[in-house]
Ligand binder design. Structure first.
Ligand code: CP
Ligand code: NVA
Length: 310
């Protein structure tokens, strides 16, 4: 399988392609703001297959496809019954006869991989248990809008679980020469193999990977703090155990005072206000860029479609 024909995880895309995608996203955003949307996908369709809940991703992919002149089709996982009613291979082969691309939110990364392998159409990972590449691209766009195109040496500090969002942000930072710091309770770090695969890219592009088991040391040189829920979709049974460990890993006004004065904050959303981030930080729109990032989901994903469906 040629992995560059899909977006299964950011590791599969090189730095140049990532930068180019963000440039396209910024251009497409400007086109919408100027009231001149492109009609490049007239006659094209994408299927949206979501096994997990979503507000931002499912809405922004539909709006984005519509803005580019194409049509999104919502597929119902219950009715399709993967591996119950039908095997993945047959579903992938049939879908590829009708739609031009597939956007998939699922539990197991192996599902997006299998759909890509058997389908013959571009597959976009819209979040799996392991990765969230679309979120990372929208974050990259937000960083470039905030700090300029050369992000080398900027420091992203992720405060929370070493989860899917952390993995994709780490991959983005490694590719664009940024530093990535994870601050989490002991035992909640990213998998060692994820870090090992990113380290050579950090080295090649001049960035650094660091881990702390406290927030104070982690934030001292941060350009941006990144937040996500402590308990990801599918981990609900770990809620009580996780909450007790993660309580000190909250982004609040006291923590922000320990970061440099220019430091910004963002969150992939949805947020559990009062847990991983306080109301006061969420509502401080001088500092919190999460709504810009949410807006950029729309444009970054259109840029992904542009790269893959053309
Ligand atoms: N950040 C994000 O992916 O949001 P949704 O889960 O609402 O799509
Ligand atoms: N880590 C979170 C991200 C939600 C967008 C989850 O997987 O639920």
């Amino acid at each position: 399988m040629d992995r560059s024909k899909h977006l299964l995880r950011l590791r599969d895309w090189d730095s140049e392609r990532i930068t180019q995608t963000i440039r396209i996203a910024i251009r497409l955003k400007n086109e919408i703001r100027e009231g001149k949307p492109s009609n490049c996908f007239a006659g094209k369709t994408i299927g949206l297959f979501f096994e997990k809940a979503s507000l931002r991703t499912i809405t922004s992919f539909q709006v984005g496809m519509h803005q580019l002149g194409g049509m999104p089709i919502l597929l119902d996982p219950k009715s399709i019954g993967i591996d119950q009613r039908e095997c993945v291979k047959d579903i992938a082969r049939c879908l590829s006869r009708w739609v031009n691309g597939l956007v998939v939110r699922c539990f197991k990364q192996s599902l997006v991989e299998q759909l890509a392998e058997h389908g013959g159409i571009p597959v976009i990972n819209a979040l799996s248990d392991d990765y969230h590449p679309c979120q990372a691209l929208a974050f990259g766009q937000t960083m470039i809008e905030q700090f300029g195109e050369d992000l080398r040496g900027k420091t992203v500090v992720f405060i929370g679980d070493g989860n899917n969002v952390a993995n994709s942000l780490m991959e983005l930072c490694a590719k664009l020469g940024m530093n990535f710091t994870l601050a989490c309770p002991k035992g909640y770090e990213q998998k060692a193999e994820e870090i090992e695969l990113a380290l050579p890219k950090f080295k090649e592009n001049g960035g650094k990977y660091r881990q702390f088991n406290n927030t104070k040391e982690a934030v001292v040189d941060a350009d941006i703090l990144y937040s996500d829920v402590w308990v990801s979709m599918g981990q609900e049974e770990q809620k009580d155990e996780k909450q007790s460990h993660f309580l000190p890993f909250q982004i609040n006004d006291e923590l922000l005072k320990l970061a440099p004065a220019h430091c910004k904050v963002t969150h992939c959303l949805p947020a559990n206000r009062g847990e991983e981030i306080t109301d006061s930080v969420m509502d401080n729109l001088q500092v919190n860029l999460c709504y810009e990032e949410a807006e950029n989901r729309l444009h970054a994903q259109k840029a992904v479609l542009w790269q893959l469906l053309h």
